[in-house]
Design a protein around this ligand. Structure first.
Ligand SMILES: NC(=O)c1ccc[n+]([C@@H]2O[C@H](COP(=O)([O-])OP(=O)(O)OC[C@H]3O[C@@H](n4cnc5c(N)ncnc54)[C@H](OP(=O)(O)O)[C@@H]3O)[C@@H](O)[C@H]2O)c1
Length: 338
């Protein structure tokens, strides 16, 4: 089968940083589905693994986490899906990825593809959706039933893949969403997905919040390097507020600053459940199915912003290079094999 992978960590400008190759066809066993991959999307984790983690012990390591496709075979322990089912999922960090014509994935982290979304629109969603959902509803404890309506959420980096779906989920929960973006296109992107107010993260955020009548916020979700924002967070969070970050700080943070206002600090890592085989890993299957129903009802919208081309090494190098700029809007998708 066709696949795209790498054997050495190289800059994305190097033509050998991602390579087309023939990989052996995998066989499904246990809880695994064998999925024929129709479309994939690219996330910062793809370039972080390529650049910083190397091939590990996977030989030619196949990247790619998000995918949408069709189940072609199931392992003996599978109960949730059967051959012919259309699915979407974000895969696992430590296994071969979705940049291959066929992929094995544990059914407990797979959802039924939203019927009303194309494969490309569905492939854009799982990784950022799981991240946003777990960050908002588990780590920041925002209740989806509207009982937190009116609370303020500051999203640092609102126009990227995670920011756009978090904004939609937060608005559905009734929160007031204040996003940050530094360019006219990214400001427009934040507003398109429902942000009530957009501030510029290249300027003084504390002053902009005060000018906008929000000297404090209840919750902060950081989709950007936290180091630059940590101290600010301790200043602008209201008592009993919460900060969740999906980007680990590069330097130690001083949690003592969170004491006096009784603030909460949390990390979200969407691969934790699959990596540690937690007893509740099936929650990600449930979450993806619940979200699929929301896409089909039209209350959630795919955040695909661009289809880069078919799935091959040259197009994946383009997508990695774009993401490495750190100024991508929404999600980049590749569809079909060519
Ligand atoms: N822990 C997890 O489970 C998890 C899951 C998903 C993602 N992540 C991480 O979360 C981060 C965001 O992911 P993503 O998919 O949303 O990435 P993305 O789509 O590449 O995000 C791009 C956005 O980031 C904004 N941005 C760039 N520099 C910023 C800064 N200094 N402050 C605030 N915003 C900034 C840009 O806005 P402007 O162009 O307007 O500057 C752009 O719209 C990545 O580092 C990724 O690795 C972690």
């Amino acid at each position: 089968m066709k696949a795209v992978g790498f054997t050495r960590s190289l800059p994305i400008s190097d033509p050998e940083s991602l390579l087309d190759f023939d990989a052996p066809m995998p066989a499904a066993s246990g809880h695994d589905l064998l999925v024929e991959v129709k479309a994939v999307s690219v996330n910062p984790v793809d370039y972080r693994v390529r650049r910083d983690m190397g091939p590990a012990n996977l030989g030619t390591r196949i990247l790619g986490y998000d995918a949408a496709g069709i189940v072609t075979a199931v392992g003996a322990d599978c109960r949730l899906f059967k051959p012919g089912d259309e699915v979407y999922y974000a895969g696992e960090l430590t296994r071969q990825g979705s940049n291959s014509q066929f992929q094995l994935v544990d059914e407990r982290i797979v959802g039924a593809k939203p019927r009303k979304l194309s494969f490309a629109d569905a492939a854009a969603m799982p990784l950022t959706l799981i991240t946003a959902w777990e960050a908002l509803h588990v780590q920041l404890r925002v209740r989806p039933d509207g009982s937190d309506a009116g609370r303020t959420l500051l999203i640092l980096g609102g126009a990227g893949g995670v920011g756009c779906i978090t904004t939609q989920l937060a608005k559905l929960a009734g929160l007031k969403v204040i996003s940050t973006a530094s360019r006219a296109e990214s400001v427009a992107q934040c507003k398109r997905f429902g942000a009530d107010l957009v501030l510029d993260h290249k300027l003084d955020l504390k002053a902009q919040l005060a000018d906008a009548g929000h000297p404090t916020v209840d919750l902060i979700f950081s989709c950007a390097e936290l180091d630059a924002y940590f101290k600010l967070a301790t200043e602008i969070l209201a008592p009993f507020g919460g900060l969740c970050t999906i980007v680990a700080p590069n330097t130690p943070v001083d949690l003592r600053l969170f004491m006096i206002k009784a603030l909460r600090y949390s990390h979200e890592f969407m691969f934790t459940r699959s990596m540690f085989r937690t007893p509740d890993m099936i929650e990600q299957h449930r979450l993806l199915d619940a979200a699929a129903a929301m896409f089909d009802r039209g209350v959630l919208t795919s955040t695909r912003s661009q289809t880069v081309g078919t799935i091959n090494a040259a197009n994946l190098r383009k997508a990695h290079a774009q993401l490495e700029s750190t100024h991508t809007l929404g999600k980049l998708v590749l569809e079909g094999w060519g």
